[in-house]
Design a protein around this ligand. Structure first.
Ligand code: MEZ
Length: 611
């Protein structure tokens, strides 16, 4: 029977925010504050978001734990951590605005841990010069979500839960809304809006071992790409060094960097503290090379050099990987992370979730025994290219992106804790950007009926087929291929194989069957999500293949080390006229002189305010 569009449920808002993690909630609060009728669409239940996996804290130069900290030092750390591929303006805005966003969160009810004199406490994290992470034990992301959710529901936003986006509608070159389906009933819905904000997160589910949960399939990246948006920096995928490795059912679950921030030590199977062996030349001046010095630092001597466990995540993940490869790994293919030298009460107070997580899931008491940990796909530095101030996707007027789905702030590697401050700073900015856009374009765009039909027909295909392949098998094959071919270390042969695999998977997707009806049908949802995972995975492999160097989180066996010529480029992917993915190098603009000076200055000059 032909689809009658007039019979479809239609929901209209000034703006819809897709995704209800920290970025989506902060954007929605801002939209509502600006007087916009705001709808939040979330794939899962409100409050269930990858934001909670940023456990150890939110980075902001409050200067509470060390008064030498300021936005310039934070900016410099972020640029260096990102290996100078970050967008200058985004790194500047982030470092300048993060402290205000944290204080605002506190005003809204977030209960941060305190210093002895009652200020927001801050802890150490990899790549941050000073203790900078405002935290709530090891549940910071959860507290952030709780606070924003509370603020959001009292700001009059409408929440549409358990709804997955299928695709965007356009009207004369501007975005007109999104078509989706309710996961519970399988019914379709058209969201009409004057602006759309994507805060849909990352795509870790295309890899086997990941801290991401089932929602993170790259939906925003794919929907925006389909209507002409550019994906940028997709080769940079962050493997957090410490995920659980045992038991297999919980492999990949995050073990917060806060453990190392509180003094956790990494050892190999021979009990050797191996990170001292892996200090890269450029970090040598800042990193302790003896246990004694690392200990002095832990005891509060801020002029001692930092323990090498707090090198940036790319460095630590590669080091663990190498120990395993050399046969020095833990029994289940990782390393040992030990915090048992700290007093048990302290560990339970600062790391309560880790204590319970290991007790309940692995029967390990972390106050007495080491944890077994290994790298886990945690975060995508790449995503939608956006305007740096407003967060609008330049190629798709009216579409905004913030949080993990957006690219630019983190460059080649994100510093831990910068994600939470990112989503607060740029969630707010996306809300302001949407308001500005709507003020300039106040009419409600038209519904493109042909597009709605096309999206719904495509979504129904796996249900309508008489028979076909199981979507879960296809997903497993994708994860297998990405893990093998586009993992921590990559080379041309592997990435080419990954691209070839995806082409075959796309053919197989044409024959996938979801059994049963559209109601409560996870197999059907899986079949739909595969489209998005393929786009994200292909963009990662293609961008990785083009970037012939190793930089940050992109490590190539066949092109080791950074290459000077590559610092000049970001890589973007977009959909060509023939429907195939186009990959291009885009020359970077040099940063404003003042910012370049800060990023390149010595730490002494930045701390002393000489730049
Ligand atoms: O920003 C993050 O990813 C984070 C804070 C994670 C963690 O280890 O706690």
């Amino acid at each position: 029977m032909a689809l009658d569009i007039s019979e479809l449920q239609t929901i209209t808002h000034d703006v819809i925010v897709v995704g209800a993690g920290g970025a989506g909630l902060r954007a929605a609060i801002e939209c509502s504050r600006q007087g916009l009728d705001t709808g939040v669409v979330c794939k899962s239940l409100l409050g269930k978001a990858h934001t909670v996996m940023a456990e150890g804290g939110a980075a902001a130069a409050l200067g509470n734990a060390d008064s030498r900290d300021n936005w310039k030092v934070h900016f410099r750390d972020t640029m260096r951590g990102g290996k100078f591929l970050n967008q200058w303006r985004m790194a500047e805005l982030h470092a300048k605005e993060a402290p205000e966003r944290i204080r605002e969160l506190e005003e809204w009810g977030a209960v941060f841990d305190r210093t002895a004199d009652g200020r927001i406490n801050q802890r150490n994290f990899g790549g941050h010069r000073f203790p900078r992470l405002a935290h709530v034990g090891d549940r910071t992301g959860l507290e952030l979500i709780r606070t924003l959710q509370d603020k959001g529901v009292h700001s009059g936003i409408s929440v549409h839960m358990e709804c997955t986006g299928l695709g965007l509608m356009m009207d004369g070159g501007r975005v007109a809304g999104m078509v989706g389906y309710w996961r519970e009933t399988g019914r379709f819905v058209v969201f009409r809006a004057k602006a759309v904000i994507f805060a849909t997160g990352g795509f870790g589910k295309a890899w086997k071992i990941t801290s991401n949960s089932w929602e993170y399939t790259g939906d925003g990246q794919r929907m925006a790409y389909d209507v002409g948006a550019e994906l940028m920096d997709m080769e940079f995928t962050q493997f957090h060094p410490t995920g659980m490795v045992w038991p297999p059912s919980v492999a990949g679950v995050l073990v917060t960097e806060g453990v190392r921030g509180e003094g956790g030590i990494l050892r190999n199977k021979d009990g050797k503290r191996f990170m001292f062996e892996y200090i890269p030349e450029k970090f040598a001046a800042e990193t302790a090379d003896t246990e004694e010095e690392a200990l002095r630092w832990l005891q509060g001597d801020r002029d001692a050099r930092r323990p090498p466990e707090l090198l940036t995540r790319d460095e630590v993940a590669r080091s663990i990987y190498n120990e395993v490869k050399m046969g020095r790994g833990s029994p289940h293919g990782g390393a040992f992370l030990d915090i048992s030298h700290r007093p048990a009460d302290y560990v339970k107070k600062k790391l309560p979730s880790m204590y319970h997580q290991f007790k309940e899931l692995a029967e390990v008491d972390i106050t007495k025994e080491p944890m077994e940990v290994g790298p886990t796909f945690h975060y995508a530095m790449g995503g939608l290219a956006v305007d740096h101030d407003s967060q609008m996707c330049p190629k798709v007027p009216g579409l905004f992106a913030c949080g993990e789905v957006a690219a630019g702030l983190h460059g080649a590697n994100r510093l831990g804790g910068n994600s939470l401050s990112d989503l607060l700073v740029f969630g707010r900015r996306a809300g302001m950007g949407a308001k500005e856009f709507i003020d300039a374009n106040p009419g409600l765009p038209k519904v493109d009926e042909a597009r709605v039909k096309q999206l719904i027909d495509q979504a129904k295909e796996p249900l309508m087929r008489p028979d076909g392949e199981n979507p879960y098998v296809l997903h497993d094959d994708l994860r297998e291929s990405m893990t093998r071919n586009v993992g921590i270390w990559r080379d041309a042969e592997g990435m080419s194989q990954g691209i070839a695999d995806i082409a075959k998977f796309r053919e197989r997707l044409k024959n996938v069957k979801a059994h049963g009806t559209s109601q409560y049908n996870p197999g059907w949802s899986e079949a739909i999500d595969l489209h998005s995972m393929f786009v994200a995975a292909e963009a990662t492999a293609r961008s990785g293949l083009m970037r012939e160097e190793s930089r940050g989180a992109h490590s190539r066996e066949d092109f080791q080390g950074e290459r000077k010529e590559w610092i000049k480029y970001n890589i973007v992917c977009f959909k060509g006229d023939d429907g195939e993915m186009v990959v291009q190098k885009v020359e970077r603009q040099s940063g404003p002189a003042e910012l370049e000076k800060i990023a390149n200055a010595s730490i002494e000059d930045v701390e002393a305010g000489r730049v």
